[in-house]
Design a protein around this ligand. Sequence first.
Ligand code: SF4
Ligand code: SF4
Length: 746
Amino acid sequence: MNRVVAGRKMGKNIFFQGGTAYNKSVVAAFEKYVGREITVPPNHEVTGAIGMALIARDYVASKNGDQVSRFKGFAIADHPYNVSSFECKGCPNVCEINQVKIEGEKDKLFYGGRCEKYDINKKEQSPIEDLFAFREELLWKPYEEKTRSCEQSGQRPSRGGAAVGIPYIFYMHEFMPYWTTLVASLGFDVVFSPKTNRRVVNLGVETVLSESCFPVKVAHGHVKYLLEEGVKTLLMPSFVNMSNPGDDFAKSSPCPYTQTIPYMAKAAFGDADIISPIVDFTRDEKHLFKELKGAFKRFGVGDKELKEALKKAALAQLEFRKKLREKGKEALDSITERTIVIIGRAYNSFDNGINLKIPKKLASLNVRSIPMDMLPLKDIDIQDVWADMYWRSGQNILKAARYTKNNPLLYPIYIGNFNCGPDSFILKYFKEEMGDKAFLHLEIDEHSADAGAITRCEAFLDSIGNREEHSCGKAPRRNTFPKIDRDTTVYFPRMSDHAFALAASLEYCGLKAEVLPETDLDAIEDGRRHVSGKECYPCIVTTGDIVKKAASPDFDRARSVFFMPSGTGPCRFGQYNVFQRHVLDKMGLDDIQLFSPVQDETFYKDLGLVGSDFSKRTWQGIVATELLIKCLHETRPYEKHPGQCDQLYDKYLMDLYNTLRAKNGDVDDVLKDIRRAFGDVERREEETPRPLIGVIGEIFVRSNRFSNENLENKLEDLGAEVWLSPVEEWMYYDIGDFRALIVEYP
Ligand code: SF4
Ligand code: SF4
C-alpha cells in the first residue's frame, strides 16, 4: 500500500486484479488494512490482457479497414506445436533460446535471448545516438588503446612477472581510466575482467557467500572470472570517501558493500592475492600516495615513478570527465522531445550486463535516454533539504531528481536492485523530491526478465502523457535543532537498558528525560504503516515507538522531543531521523520535534552541557549497566528459584538510574551490592556444564529484547549460558577509529 498507493487518495470501490488475488488470505489482509470490502472480479488473472485486447480492437476499428488484425484466432490454441531449445553462441552470454514451431505456421517463435537477435519484431538499427555506448567507449578507451598497442608490438609489460587484474566492478565504472593508466604507467600488465556477461553473472551467483544485492554477486563473478583466467594478483581499491575538498558535501560515503568488496573477495577466494589500498578523496594526495606505496612496495615501485604515474592517471580521469560533461551538455542542449534520464549507479544502471539493456530498449521505441552522470550534477544544490544525505549515490540521485523534475522534457527511470540497503531510504526521498512528476522504478536481479522490463518501459512511456498528476503533499524539510528548555521532556528509544544511563545523566544536568517503553506489537504495527518494508528492522521498531508515543493521549506535543541521533554513514542508521521527520510531517505532526545530534561537540553546546560531566556520568552508567547484564547472564541459567534474577535485575537497574540522576552519582556502592546480591542467589546443581553461546551481530537487534525475540531467554531455556556482545564494543570501535586518526596526525 505504501509503495503503490503512496500518498494518493483511495476511492470507494477497490478492485483486486492479477493472479495474486487467487490468494484469499492476501485479499483478507488488504480488506483488514483498508477497512473496506475488496472486489475480486471474474477472470482477475487476465484483466490486463482483456484490457489490451479491447484497446487493440478499438485501434483496429478506428483505422477503417486500413489496419488488418494479425490475430490468428482462438483455434490456434488447438494446433499441435513443438518446443525445443538451443544455446546461442553469439556472445559470452550463451543464452538458452527456446523455439516454438506451430504446425501450419511458417515462422518459428523464439524467446529466452538477452538481446534482440531472435526478436521477431526486431527493428532496424535505431537512429538515436546511444549515449551509453559513447560513455562505455570513453571509459574503456585507455584500456583498449593499451591492449591494442601490446597486440601490435607483440609484447606485454612484465613488471612483477605476472599480470595485475582489476575486476570491472563498482567504482571502476567511473574510474577505469584512472586505474588503467596508473597501473600501466608503473609497467604492469593490467588486465580487466570483461564487460558483464552471463558467464560472469553465473560465476558470481554460485560464489557469493551471503544473500546480497545483484551488483555484489556480479562483483564476485568478475573476481572469479579473473582467477579462473589465471590472473593471480588483483587490485581492488577500497573506496571509503568520495568527497573531494571543496565539494558541497563534506562526506560522500560509498555503500558498505562497495567499501568492503576487497575483504568480501578475500573471504570468498581464500587463495587470491588481493591488493586493496584505501581511497579517501577527502584526504590529501599524500594519503593516496602512501596507500599505493604500501600496496606496490613488494614490486619495488619507487616514489618518483609512482608520482609520475599518479599524475598521468589524474589526467586520464580528467579527460574522461571532461568529454562526458561536454557530451552531456551537447545532448541536453539538443533535446526537443521527451527524453529519459537513467538514474542509478554507474555499476548497475549503465552496465549493459546488469541493466537489462534498458537504454537500448528505449532506443528501439524511438526514445532517447541519457546517463545520469551526463547531467551537470556538480552545479545542482540540494542542501536545502538533503544536507543529511551522506551516501554518494544518494547525493547524485537526488541532484539528478531535482534537475529532471525542473526540466519538462526529462523523465527519470530509476534502476535499482533488490536488497539494496541505501535505496530503502533514497527511493523514498527520490519520490518526495520528484513530487508530481512521473517516474519509473525498476528493480533488477539475476532473475529479472527482459520482457517484463520492456513492458514496464512501454507502459511508463504511455503513462507519461496520460497520467493524472497527484499531489505528494508538502515539500520535505530537514530536522532543525529543537527548542529544549527545562520544561521539555527528551524521550529516548529503548534500544537496550543502557538508555536509562543516558536519560539519568541528562536529568542530572537539569533537563527532563524519559526512556520510552519497550517495543510491543502495537508499536510495530504503527511502524509498519509508514515504511516500505525494505528498511532495516531497527528503523521500523524506532519509528513505531515514536509514532505510538506521539499518538498517546497524555503526550504533550509542545513540551516533548524525541531523541534519534544522526550519523554520517555509511550504515543506514543516520537516515532514521530524516525518514522519521518525513513520517511525522506526513501524519500532520509537524510540530513534534526530533533531536538528532551528530555525536560531536555541537551535541554538548546545543544542550548547554559544556563543562558538565555529562559524558563521564553517561559512560559510567553504560559500563555499570553492562556489568549488571553480565551478572544476570552468568547467574540466571543456574538460579534455583525461577524469576529471582530477573527481579534483582529490575531492582538494580532502577537503583543505578536513581543514583546516576542524583547529585553524587557514584555507582560503586550499587555495583558492590549487585555483585553481592547475584553472588547470594541460590544455584541448582547441574549434571552437565552448559555451553557458553556468544551472541554477536548488529548492535540494535542483538541488544533489543523485542527485536531478537528474547533470544537470551530462549537459549537459556535450551540449556545454554549466554555471552552477549556488549554495547561498549560499538563505542570502542568508534573511539578506536578516532584514535587511529590522532596517531597519524598528531
Ligand atoms: S545475448 Fe544475443 S547474441 Fe548473445 S548469446 Fe544471447 S541471444 Fe545470442
Ligand atoms: S548501493 Fe545498493 S546496489 Fe549498490 S552495492 Fe550497495 S546495496 Fe548493492
